[in-house]
Design a protein around this ligand. Structure first.
Ligand SMILES: Cc1cc2nc3c(=O)[nH]c(=O)nc-3n(C[C@H](O)[C@H](O)[C@H](O)COP(=O)(O)O)c2cc1C
Length: 198
């Protein structure tokens, strides 16, 4: 059985991001996956990484331990969040800081000077669903799609994940109900295309 983790960072339960999150859970269950799903705001996750987590010391925060263990157990890792000034909301950035760290997502040899680290998420598939209010040509030409750089090139690449996928749904502010339904179907189709090959 495929295990999947779905992580959401959006503060409003009636947002389109919440609708994506719910569709992810339903779709993955329909596909027969075991699903771990977390709404970081609803669970009161603390996104501020403390000094004690700067190296690779084990954390004492039970939520961090749980999210990290589930990430390692899952073969499909799904992240849902809006584009806020070219970044994920601080809640997701804090999740990244505290979970995508050694010894969970990558590790390095302290005895080897300058060891850049080795990814520990090899073989997993990373999927990101983003939303935004900027037109595609403006996002790519003017802003260079910084979320693509962060997730695909930086995080997934560094942590050893060769397979990933990312969808950016836009423009949410102008979208019709019909368009949002089509986007939710695309969410389901994207998950299906990856889950069947795991
Ligand atoms: C603090 C903040 C910053 C934002 N920055 C951007 C941005 O840089 N680019 C963009 O396309 N949309 C930006 N937006 C718009 C959100 O991406 C948009 O409201 C969201 O994707 C819509 O989905 P939702 O209905 O689930 O919130 C921003 C919104 C907020 C609240």
């Amino acid at each position: 059985m495929t295990t999947a983790s779905v992580i959401l960072a959006h503060p409003y339960e009636k947002s389109f991001n919440h609708a994506i999150f719910q569709r992810c859970i339903e779709s993955l269950k329909r596909l027969g996956c075991r699903v771990y799903a977390h709404d970081l705001y609803a669970e009161g996750f603390d996104p501020v990484m403390p000094r004690s987590e700067l190296g690779k010391m084990e954390t004492t925060d039970p939520l961090v331990r749980r999210y990290a263990a589930e990430m390692l157990e899952s073969s499909l890792l799904v992240y849902v969040h809006p584009n806020w000034w070219g970044h994920p909301p601080a809640m997701m950035t804090g999740y990244i800081d505290r979970i995508f760290r050694p010894p969970y997502a990558y590790d390095y040899d302290e005895a080897k000077e300058g060891d850049p680290g080795t990814g520990k998420l090899g073989g997993k598939v990373g999927i990101v669903f983003n939303t935004g209010n900027t037109a595609a040509d403006r996002e790519e030409e003017r802003f260079h799609d910084p979320l693509e750089t962060e997730w695909t090139n930086c995080l997934f690449g560094f942590c050893g994940m060769a397979r990933s996928d990312r969808r950016l749904f836009r423009i949410v502010a102008d979208s019709t109900k019909e368009q949002r339904e089509l986007w939710l179907d695309e969410v389901e189709a994207t998950l299906r295309s990856h889950a069947v090959s795991l």
